[in-house]
Design a protein around this ligand. Structure first.
Ligand code: HEC
Length: 165
């Protein structure tokens, strides 16, 4: 079983992301992007959070501490029998999910785990487990829980790491 869609290349994923109009900051971006960024910085984080349709990253404080604590309990109850947390944190995990939207990982876990009884937890419990896994990877907590729809989760990306080419 593999997490990744091996058919989609990095280039295709980047193109899809940029095509969707997400103003990702990259080298060589037009100066206007920089100006826009300065304005956002001046307006503060609330201004960024208000833009629901913008892509975010798991570095942007996308879950709450309370949610991660619920997730820890859910993980211990529903996953801990077969998994240790080290499987879902650190370099190898981050390489596995790097560049993917959280929705992809969420859908994988929900549709295949627990191994003998997939999709048997509530959606909220799966989301809580996602929050716990983000916490395990030292991605920062924020004020709000993860959004509860797959559409919204597909707008939140794991950072690209390592050699994904
Ligand atoms: C009864 C044992 C069992 C339970 C409970 C269980 N899993 Fe698994 N999990 C497995 C097995 C076995 C695999 C490997 C499946 C394969 O490769 O075909 C796996 C694979 C995975 C993978 C893929 C890892 C990789 O490197 O490909 C993830 C992610 C995962 N489980 C998350 C969870 C989460 C989150 C929970 C709790 C909601 C959970 N699992 C509960 C047995 C379990």
């Amino acid at each position: 079983m593999t997490m990744k869609d091996r058919d989609s290349t990095l280039e295709e994923r980047m193109a899809a992301r940029q095509g969707a109009g997400h103003g990702r900051i990259r080298l060589g971006a037009p100066a206007v992007t920089g100006t826009f960024l300065v304005i956002l910085l001046l307006l503060g984080p609330g201004a960024v959070a208000a833009q629901d349709s913008e892509a975010r990253s798991v570095l942007d404080g996308v879950y709450s501490e309370a949610q991660a604590e619920r997730g820890q309990r859910a993980f211990n109850t529903h996953c801990g029998e077969c998994h240790i947390t080290e499987e879902f944190s650190g370099e190898s995990f981050q390489n596995m999910v790097g560049g993917d939207p959280v929705a992809q990982f969420y859908n994988f876990v929900r549709s295949s785990m627990p191994y003998e009884n997939p999709a048997s937890l509530s959606r909220r419990a799966y989301l809580d487990v996602m929050a716990y896994i983000l916490y395990l990877n030292d991605y920062p907590a924020g004020d709000e829980d993860l959004p509860a729809t797959v559409d919204a989760l597909s707008e939140i990306y794991f950072p690209e790491v390592g050699d994904d080419h």
